[in-house]
Design a protein around this ligand. Structure first.
Ligand code: ZN
Length: 87
């Protein structure tokens, strides 16, 4: 769970970035979206404020990285397949 904000100042292409609390690219002019359990929910809320809301690449990258690792841990019991054969 985390707090999310949307940038009120559009990017050069008109997109409004959504940031997770603590992002180092947090804009000065922003609208508080709320407290969400995941990034998808935050973006869904952000498009109500700015129709062209998109995820911040930095925040989303971190979010997906964490999510990927959580999923990886969930299947950590699986091993042994695909071992590389050296000749
Ligand atoms: Zn961000």
């Amino acid at each position: 769970m985390s707090f999310y904000y949307v940038n009120d100042t559009p990017q050069y292409n008109g997109d409004h970035e959504v940031h997770e609390q603590g992002c180092c690219f947090m804009p000065v002019n922003k609208t508080f979206l709320g407290y969400f359990s995941n990034y998808e929910e935050a973006v869904r809320e952000a498009v109500k404020v700015h129709p062209r809301a998109v995820a911040c690449v930095y925040c989303l990258g971190k979010y997906q990285h964490d999510k990927y690792h959580n999923e990886l841990h969930a299947v950590s019991g699986f091993r042994g397949a695909g071992r590389v054969k050296h000749h």
